[in-house]
Design a protein around this ligand. Structure first.
Ligand code: XUL
Ligand code: CO
Length: 438
């Protein structure tokens, strides 16, 4: 097999002052931060679909990038060339995981039996690469949104036959995930939602999605999958309303249907912001519920109302993300770059520049988050802010030793409380700035 990215060397750490665009400025795999190597804090993954598939097509124009990798698109030769390109790419960047949808790996045939035969064929090829390189799957998933049969959803489809095809694809994708050593399995319900309630039985659709997930868990466990299942919340796009709106909604759904022991969440930055939250908010909601599993690392554009999937460069955001991850004790999953280079960044070098940017943004975020934690002022401030619950009536409330009537009597006696301790947002923001820019 000949080298595909011939002009690209192995990407090494060059330091923040390096002017070499093919060197990391902050990501230094071996550097120890809070007792762990950077590479352990940051299990990065390559997204098969964007990196090896997306070629710049948008609603108004065709491909700008050449992702043929020397083979004719739509053939099994091309499927193998993508594997070659992907593994060479990951090795050059020191990335140890990849994420995939079933149909990212092979061209989909009209008949599912033929698609599955092709998947079997490519899975041998991928398994051999895994054995040779040690690179593994972070998570796998089934694409239950592109094929026209999923126009009304998969688990939520009005067609029982389509539901069965969704089941068949999930079964195969789980087989592949296990074969590739996957840590997780994702459900992103792109079309699990609705356009109008005039034609939709919401309760029935949600129950059916839960049935499909339950069957997936049962099958996965039966073939030895010990990892986590994930829901990846997103509020809209392609559907107007998606059932897995955000972290809080998804957690409620998982608990209602008894799926919360097998599932965690895969939080994507741009999905959280589309839901009207910050990325940090959805990470915190997941973490406080013990459900922060994995992250789809990207960034949106707040001036645009859609999922732009940009490579993350906003260090304030990556810092706050890593602050949440460190506080949660790390991820059971990893950081999948569900990001795509802009349409005019169409050369092979741009693929590398994009990942260097993303990995450096998270590495710098890790360093800054660790500095915020080590500095301690913010944690201390938050702790002190609730000091009124440490003794007296506050302690009685927390320990459940009081009643509404007793509290009312306490308030009567007081007549008027003192104002609560100040929030001091600006003071805290200036601490963050001083750490970010030191
Ligand atoms: C779409 C999206 C998906 C999921 C996997 O917005 O994020 O690529 O990550 O299906
Ligand atoms: Co995603």
């Amino acid at each position: 097999m000949s080298e595909i990215f011939q002009n690209i060397p192995k990407i090494e750490y060059g330091g923040a002052d390096s002017r070499d665009p093919l060197k990391f400025k902050y990501y230094d795999a071996e550097r120890v931060v809070l007792g762990k190597k950077m590479s352990e804090h940051l299990p990065f993954a390559m997204a098969w679909w964007h990196n090896l598939g997306a070629a710049g097509t948008d609603m108004f124009g065709r491909d700008t990038a050449d992702k043929s990798f020397g083979a004719e698109k739509g053939t099994m030769e091309h499927a193998r060339a993508k594997v070659d390109a992907g593994f060479e790419f990951m090795q050059k960047l020191g990335i140890r995981y990849f994420c995939f949808h079933d149909v990212d790996l092979v061209p989909e045939a009209d008949d599912i039996k033929e698609t599955n035969r092709r998947l079997d064929e490519i899975s041998h090829y991928i398994a051999a690469k895994i054995a040779r390189t040690g690179i593994k799957c972070l998570w796998g998933t089934a694409n239950l949104f592109s094929n026209p049969r999923f126009m009304n959803g998969a688990g939520s489809s009005n067609s029982a036959d389509v539901f069965c095809f969704a089941a068949a694809q999930i079964k195969k994708a789980l087989d592949l995930t296990v074969r590739f050593g996957g840590r997780g399995y994702v459900f992103w319900g792109g079309r699990e939602g609705y356009e109008t309630l005039l034609n939709t039985d919401m309760k029935f659709e949600e129950e059916n999605i839960a049935r499909l997930m339950r069957m997936a868990v049962d099958y996965g466990r039966s073939i030895g999958f010990t990892g986590d299942f994930y829901i990846e919340p997103k509020p809209k796009e392609p559907m107007k309303h998606q059932y897995d709106f955000d972290a809080a909604t998804s957690i409620g759904f998982l608990r209602k249907y008894g799926l919360d022991k097998d599932f965690k969440l895969n939080i994507e930055a741009n999905h959280a912001t589309l839901a009207g939250h910050t990325f940090q908010h959805d990470l915190r909601v997941s973490a406080t519920n013990g459900m922060l599993g994995s992250i789809d690392a990207n960034q949106g554009d707040l001036l645009l109302g859609w999922d732009t999937d940009e490579f993350p460069f906003n260090v304030y955001e990556t810092t706050m993300c890593m602050y949440e991850v460190l506080k949660a004790g790390g991820l059971t999953g990893g950081f999948n770059f569900d990001s795509k280079a802009r349409r005019s960044s169409y050369t092979p070098e741009d693929m590398f520049y994009s990942y260097i940017l993303g990995m450096d943004s998270f590495a710098l975020g890790l360093l800054k988050a660790a500095a915020i934690i080590e500095d301690g002022r913010i944690d201390e401030f938050v702790r002190d802010r609730y000091a009124s619950y440490n003794d007296g009536i506050g302690k009685a409330i927390v320990e459940g030793r009081t009643t509404l009537a007793e509290l009312a009597a306490y308030a009567d006696e007081l007549g008027k409380p003192e104002l609560p301790a100040p929030g001091r947002q600006e003071y805290l923001q200036s601490i963050v700035n001083s750490i970010l820019f030191s």
